[in-house]
Design a protein around this ligand. Structure first.
Ligand code: C2O
Ligand code: CU
Ligand code: CU
Length: 485
């Protein structure tokens, strides 16, 4: 099942791209440091490989290519003791189309980390990039000094060990860079990986596992004329023209006539996907950012945005060998991933009947805070200042946070340091969707929408950020520092 992909750590780092070869497309972005950080190409990083130039003309590929590439499955690593390096690498996007990327341990996406609730994560990180970076553990309740805050950057060539106890329910989290004004670039060029937490409650459900549990990191990208990942920031959000699932172009997954569990991460910088299956079959949604839902929801279409996660059961039982089912994005019309039923088995996996989990509902907020996501770079009228603390939140206090916007959405709103429970959405789509129940750490705000959540910080005191997870908005300053006191 694991398709071993050829990767090659480049011994030499060619330095950052020539900023003159590309144009920033946002004329009002005048802050020079940001501009320097935001225009980049992986091209300059990859020496020595002749790449396929067909790539750039791909347009809305993922189309009906007759030969599809085996889906890459990143290697699994245990977070309790692991060495992780961010560095340029050359990877095969499928079919021998080599591409220069930035990668964790040469894998694009990065290795899938795993830990059990109660473990201690210990990740010895080294920065093999030419720029500062941090590693943020999105969804993890990590102490402030381990959270990858933009203040805690790791210099090129330097190392830092991230160490923290895992004290939260089973879920799919992920890790990615979080340096000030450079997150969009580093993520777009390839730095992101899944981090799965398991616990006893989840294990008791007997969900599909092993080769029947597959992480899917869905994103878009743009390739330069040499087929290397490239990035040009746009203040409205980076939109690539090629879909990638687990870093694979036009991917295919050969499946058995079984029930599968897909751990799905929206790893785009800005693109919102609306997932559906081409045969009209429905997804059984069992979880999201914060882990298992209380009860499963059966849905034909699911919309999710940068940073959000889905835990989906997809049923291939009863399909004839030879059947092909496409995972599609209805927003772009892209074919994301072909499931190819290749093997008849007598199925042993089953959709859990009855409740999945018990969720203790937050209630009785003592304060309401309002956050207006203004323009493309402000929260409550302010551009992020790394040295300013925008508000303080008492430890253990239940609060209502109201997110609203005057426009320029989508704004996927993300909070560090705690999960929240979505209470309501008014305006716009006007509903809380089944996949937004239970615990979340990222919630999608479209134009005209106001979303209310309840939140309580009971992990650690100290400094965290909240921000728009459209990474270009985050980089431009749609982010706030807050302190749990
Ligand atoms: Cu996934 Cu603060 O980010
Ligand atoms: Cu986060
Ligand atoms: Cu935004």
């Amino acid at each position: 099942m694991n398709n071993k992909r050829i990767t090659k750590q480049n011994a030499e780092i060619a330095g950052s791209a020539d900023p003159h070869t590309q144009q920033a497309t946002a004329p009002h972005l005048t802050r020079r440091t940001f501009l320097q950080g935001m225009v980049a190409s992986a091209a300059a990083l990859g020496a020595g490989w002749t790449s396929v130039s067909e790539a750039a003309k791909g347009g809305a590929s993922g189309g009906s290519a007759s030969i599809r590439n085996p889906l890459y499955i990143p290697p699994v690593a245990f977070a309790s003791s692991y060495a992780l390096q961010a560095a340029p690498a050359t990877v095969d996007l499928g079919g021998g189309k080599f591409s220069s990327v930035l990668a964790y341990n040469g894998s694009f996406p990065g290795p899938t980390l795993r830990a059990n609730n109660g473990d201690v994560a210990s990740i010895a990180f080294s920065n093999g990039l030419t720029k500062e970076t941090t590693v943020h553990w999105h969804g993890m309740i990590a102490p402030p000094n381990m959270d990858g805050h933009p203040r805690d950057v790791i210099a090129p060539g330097a190392s830092f060990t991230y160490q923290y106890p895992i004290m939260q329910r089973a879920c799919l989290n992920w890790y990615h860079p979080h340096p000030h004004m450079m997150t969009g670039e580093q993520v777009a060029l390839g730095l992101a990986g899944a981090f799965i937490i398991n616990d006893a409650e989840e294990a008791a459900l007997g969900l599909p596992s092993g080769s029947y549990e597959i992480p899917l990191v869905i994103r878009d990208t743009t390739l330069d004329s040499k087929g290397n990942l490239t990035y040009t920031a746009k203040s409205s959000g980076f939109l690539g023209n090629i879909p990638l699932v687990n870093g694979t172009r036009d991917p295919r997954l050969d499946v058995d006539t079984e029930l599968y569990r897909f751990r799905v991460l929206c790893g785009s910088n800005a693109r919102v996907f609306k997932l559906a299956l081409s045969n009209g079959a429905q997804f059984t949604v069992i979880g999201n950012d914060g882990g298992l839902l209380e009860t499963a929801a059966v849905l034909g279409q699911i919309e999710f945005s940068s940073g959000e996660r889905l835990d989906l059961l997809v049923d291939f039982r009863g399909l004839a060998v030879g059947t092909k089912v496409m995972l599609q994005d209805l927003n772009s019309g892209w074919n994301l991933l072909e499931f190819n039923v290749t093997q008849q088995v007598s199925a042993t996996n089953a959709i859990p009947s009855g409740p999945l989990s018990t969720i203790t509902k937050l209630a009785d907020p003592v304060v309401t805070r309002e956050f207006s996501f203004d323009g493309m770079s402000r929260i409550n009228g302010k551009v992020y200042d790394i040295n300013r603390i925008d508000f303080q939140v008492p430890f253990g206090q239940t609060e209502r946070w109201r997110f609203k916007t005057g426009g320029n959405a989508p704004h996927p709103v993300h909070v560090h340091g705690a999960s929240f429970q979505v209470q309501s959405r008014s305006g716009g789509r006007g509903v809380v969707y089944p996949w937004e129940r239970s615990w979340k750490d990222t919630v999608l705000l479209l134009d005209g929408e106001t979303v209310e959540v309840l939140i309580r910080f009971e992990g650690y005191r100290g400094l965290y950020v909240m921000h728009c997870h459209k990474l270009e908005h985050e980089d431009m300053g749609m982010m706030a520092n807050f302190e749990v006191i």
